[in-house]
Design a protein around this ligand. Structure first.
Ligand SMILES: NC(=O)c1ccc[n+]([C@@H]2O[C@H](COP(=O)([O-])OP(=O)(O)OC[C@H]3O[C@@H](n4cnc5c(N)ncnc54)[C@H](OP(=O)(O)O)[C@@H]3O)[C@@H](O)[C@H]2O)c1
Length: 198
């Protein structure tokens, strides 16, 4: 299993930090190129490798940590997905109003799935503010909760496994038409900093 994060802003860096903490190799790409990531690698260590977007798109698990509106351009160069996994950490937000984009009631991740046709898409890592996602997943004797949803149960299970390796407590909400709607921006589950004890 190879992991790549596209986006090295607040969420991409938070995730890269958790991969590094858990000693899991991950490559990271952004729009400016690998040179711009030298500082991040120097800080996070050898588990984090800077790469280009085309190379990141070859990973078996590609995590999108970019603006929702940038996804189409970012994934344009992807080869056939052939069931590889795309993790959608994005939120569809209108700026500067900071309100949910009107998608006619559709889950935002369903639109992402259409942009990466042939991939198995899982929504995860989108509900916590970046600073919280970056901080220690062990909290108050329990593990911080991360929600996931997706239409492919085996892909969901793989991301549940990743989330557990990162030290968080995954809660699977179901397929995108249900769970995706529950965990997307504008819903009560977003920004809830919950800890699971068990
Ligand atoms: N910030 C949060 O607390 C938070 C919480 C939950 C979810 N989210 C969601 O996570 C996503 C990322 O948010 P963020 O706050 O991390 O944004 P950010 O700090 O502005 O970072 C955005 C990143 O996306 C990269 N990018 C933009 N267009 C790209 C393209 N076409 N190809 C490759 N990389 C591209 C940028 O590259 P450069 O660095 O080269 O400019 C940058 O690294 C958004 O969808 C947001 O809604 C954010």
């Amino acid at each position: 299993m190879t992991y790549a994060i596209i986006g090295s802003g607040a969420i991409g860096t938070a995730l890269a930090r958790q991969f590094a903490r858990s000693n899991i190799d991950v490559s990271v790409a952004n729009s400016r190129g690998p040179e711009s990531l030298q500082g991040l690698v120097a800080e996070l260590g050898s588990h984090v490798t800077p790469t280009t977007v085309p190379d990141a798109l070859k990973a078996s698990v590609v995590i999108l940590a970019i603006p929702f509106t940038a996804i189409g351009e970012a994934v344009r160069g992807a080869a056939a997905w052939n069931g590889r996994i795309v993790v959608d950490a994005t939120n569809a937000i209108d700026f500067p109003a900071f309100t949910p984009t009107d998608l006619g009631g559709r889950p935002s991740t369903e639109l992402v799935a259409e942009m990466v046709s042939g991939a198995r898409v899982v929504k995860a890592f989108n509900t916590l503010p970046a600073a919280v996602l970056a901080s220690d997943s062990a909290q108050a004797g329990g593990r911080r909760v991360l929600f996931i949803s997706g239409d492919d149960t085996s892909a969901n299970a793989k991301i549940v496994g990743l989330i557990e390796r990162l030290g968080f407590a995954p809660i699977t909400l179901g397929p995108l038409a249900e769970g995706g709607l529950l965990q997307q921006f504008g819903t009560p589950l977003v920004a809830q900093n919950l800890v699971k004890h068990r």
